[in-house]
Design a protein around this ligand. Structure first.
Ligand code: ARG
Length: 468
């Protein structure tokens, strides 16, 4: 919603101190209403808590409080129904609401700002917004984890080549692969929870920068807004935005993880891999090439990661040159914050839905795992168990792989006799560890890809999710 352009109508000087109104171009340049209007709920919530406290402290009357509450209820209705006229002439959400309140209830509206400044007011609104956003982000992270766990459970027996350097390395189960992302997201959720602790601080009471001369009760306001802590220092309370930076940083890390997953989906969708099928509702066609099915959603998530990194860098840079305390620079904190929250929430949600509909093609995964000598390490480990030193075993197997490559066969397709030409230690029991299943089952320790270990890991992951 673009603010109503009622510049000429309400174009008046800031106060009696000013000999002329700000120019139209300045007004446009400095206004934030076009983007901070989405803080309206937080702004009203904070104002109501402030007014209640002022009344208890006998700074405003009970009648003032009633008037303010009535006015705010009306404004809430107006905004919800789209009737409210956001005006550029009133610069930001705080002044827009205050002006309308005064129109509606008169004198009491003018008293609301007692003992407060827009500096602590905006810091409060941004904290309230960020706290709620973090909770929503966490919920979306959990939804994605659940989608990954569902995929894991459906793919207990699906084996694919694990890669290093994007070259076939060792076989792993698809469930183990899914659980790797569940772990990344566990840490992402922890980072959000940790950042939330520092978001959860009440700045109100700092007023412009030095505190206020009125007998305010900050404990009361903190309690009514559910803040765990009260900002210790008024200068810090109005000026720092490190809590925004922390949350955006946690978001940038989430995007980095989503981007890696996206990159894998793009690869797996490529017909050379053909490891997965994405539901058509998450793919798009080409306007010129009729055969194409493109993984646009995954590509866009990968692309949007750059934009979130940009916001993080922008915010860090925004803060670095600011002398204490509040500076108008801080108005620039909102767009990157809002866009980060929207982008990350949107990406998490669509990724969860897409994964819920993802179909694996186990035969293709298996064929790929059979192609790259994925069990070569298993043969080396076998020789070590028979008494050979690992470095020597490594060389023996390298020669075996070379021979198998020349014969265009997998190691497991070589005969016992052929294998024995590389080492007399090799016996009939070698074939058990040359199979993909044997390779997985052998990695039977905490964190390994053996099916029974991965099943235990799934159970632990569910337990950790429900423990919150
Ligand atoms: N729109 C401002 C912001 O977003 C609100 C605070 C302005 N305070 C001031 N003294 N100019 O930061």
């Amino acid at each position: 919603m673009t603010a109503h352009n009622s510049l000429s109508k309400k174009h008046q000087a800031w106060s009696g101190l000013f000999s002329e109104p700000v120019s139209v171009i300045t007004q446009r340049f400095t206004a934030s209403i076009d983007f901070d209007q989405r803080l309206w709920r937080e702004d009203i919530q904070g104002s109501l808590a402030h007014a209640k406290m002022l009344c208890i402290q006998n700074v405003i009357s009970a009648q003032d409080l009633l008037d303010i509450e009535r006015g705010m209820a009306q404004i809430t209705k107006e905004i919800e129904s789209g009737q409210f006229e956001f005006s550029l002439a009133h610069e930001d959400i705080h002044l827009n609401i205050e002006k309308r309140l005064t129109e509606l209830v008169g004198e009491a509206g003018k008293r609301l700002h007692t003992g407060r400044s827009r500096n602590d007011q905006v810091a409060l609104d941004v904290r309230l917004y960020t706290r709620r956003a973090v909770d929503e982000l966490r919920a979306s992270v959990v939804e994605l984890q659940k989608a990954l766990l569902m995929q894991a459970k459906q793919n207990v027996h699906t084996i694919l080549p694990g890669f290093t350097h994007l070259q076939v390395a060792q076989p792993v189960s698809f469930e183990h692969h899914c659980l790797a992302y569940v772990e990344m997201l566990m840490r992402d959720a922890e980072r959000l929870i940790d950042a939330r602790k520092r978001v959860d601080t009440l700045p109100l009471g700092a007023a412009a920068l030095a505190g206020t001369t009125f007998p305010i009760d900050r404990d009361h306001v903190a309690k009514s807004l559910g803040f765990a802590r009260i900002a210790e220092n008024s200068l810090d309370a109005v000026s720092d935005r490190d809590f925004v930076i922390e949350v955006v940083s946690a978001c940038a890390t989430i995007m980095m993880h989503l981007s890696r997953l996206s990159e894998e989906l793009v690869l797996w969708m490529n017909p050379r891999f053909a490891f997965v099928r994405l539901p058509d509702r998450f793919t798009t066609g080409s306007s010129i090439m009729p055969q194409k099915k493109n993984p646009d959603v995954a590509e866009l998530i990968r692309g949007k990661t750059g934009r979130v990194y940009g916001h993080l860098m922008g915010l860090l840079t925004l803060m670095k040159g600011q002398a204490l305390a509040y500076n108008k620079d801080n108005q620039e904190d909102k767009e990157p914050l809002f866009d980060t929250v929207d982008t990350v929430t949107g990406s998490l949600r669509i990724m969860a839905e897409m994964l819920a509909g993802l179909q694996t093609v186990p035969a293709n995964m298996r064929a790929a795992a059979m192609e790259g000598y994925a069990t070569a390490t298993d043969l080396a480990d076998y020789l070590v168990r028979k008494g050979m030193a690992f470095r020597e075993a490594h060389e023996v197997v390298a020669l075996a792989v070379k021979a198998a490559q020349e014969a265009q066969k997998d190691l497991s397709a070589l005969s016992l006799k052929e294998l024995q030409t590389f080492s007399g230690l090799i016996g009939e029991d070698v074939f058990a560890c040359l199979s993909l299943e044997g390779s997985l089952a052998a990695r039977d320790h905490f964190g390994g890809t053996a099916p029974r270990q991965v099943e235990a890991a799934i159970a632990r992951a569910y337990a950790r999710l429900s423990a919150g």
